[in-house]
Design a protein around this ligand. Structure first.
Ligand SMILES: [Zn+2]
Length: 271
């Protein structure tokens, strides 16, 4: 599943090819995604110019003349830039073709993604308006997280995966950040000291930033007529490493389930 770093990498990958260009045509082969694509989307997008390609949480926001296209990659979605309109394969649901000759192609085998349109300011959209701060923004800092954690008895892992507290921290990066900050994942959020919260905020920013930087190396693959789009495998310390050795102390990595999510930790480093 694309996590925030993949979405950010995607945004950075497609932006140079579409920002400033005008939409020539939109081909929609499948309207049934997580929510139906608006039936008049091709008409709405016709001749619109792209002003910005932004991201909020895991939504890519393509700001056009009269509104914003909201894209979500769901479980298996991806975006690619094609140089010419090469034949569509089975799961290539949407092509947005630009006057500059490039085509933005949306592919999604499981169809849990979304392509929506709003003519209103996008920050007021139902999917966007209640989101917590961006993890890499200054708004997400230790004072903020301390204040939020003091009100909660849920585990710290559950807290940082709550999109109303902070967006875009999926299970992989929650596991990795807690390992980096040496915090036992099931620690009640309100039991953490300011110092530890501070370490956690730094770890979250580091782990996401490292993943985005690593993803940047795949950017060159974004413009391709076939093949797999830019998801990348991150250098992970604990996630998926049950029974493996902790890179810090050598202890065996443990796996437990919390809130039905796989939770990996080092029993020595994360007490
Ligand atoms: Zn360890």
């Amino acid at each position: 599943m694309p996590e925030l770093p993949e979405v950010e990498t995607t945004r950075q990958g497609i932006k140079p090819y579409i920002q400033g260009s005008q939409i020539e045509s939109t081909i929609i082969r499948q309207y049934q995604l997580r929510w139906p694509i608006p039936t008049d989307l091709a008409t709405i997008l016709y001749r619109q110019k792209i002003h910005q390609v932004n991201r909020r949480a895991k939504y890519i926001l393509i700001q056009c003349d009269s509104g914003t296209l909201i894209l979500h990659l769901g479980m298996s979605g991806s975006l690619r830039i094609l140089e010419t309109s090469s034949p569509a394969a089975k799961h290539d649901h949407v092509d947005i073709c630009f006057v500059n000759g490039y085509t933005l192609r949306y592919t999604d085998p499981r169809r849990f993604g979304a392509i929506l349109w709003t003519g209103d300011p996008v920050e007021q959209h139902d999917l966007i308006k209640n989101l917590g701060p961006e993890p890499l923004s200054e708004q997400f800092n230790s004072d903020y997280l301390l204040k939020r954690s003091q009100q909660r008895r849920c585990s710290i892992k559950t807290l940082i995966m709550n999109g109303k507290i902070v967006v875009g921290i999926g299970n992989i990066y929650a596991n990795e950040a807690l390992f980096m900050a040496k915090i036992y994942p099931l620690t009640p959020a309100n039991k953490l000291s300011k110092e530890v919260i501070c370490q956690l905020v730094d770890a979250i920013k580091d782990v996401l930033q490292q993943a985005i930087s690593a993803g940047g190396t795949t950017l060159k693959d974004f413009k391709q007529s076939d093949g797999k789009p830019g998801y990348f495998s991150q250098q992970l310390n604990v996630y998926g490493k049950k029974g493996g050795h902790c890179p810090h102390c050598g202890a065996s990595i443990k796996l437990i389930k919390e809130a039905q999510r796989a939770t990996y930790f080092c029993p020595q480093c994360q007490k």
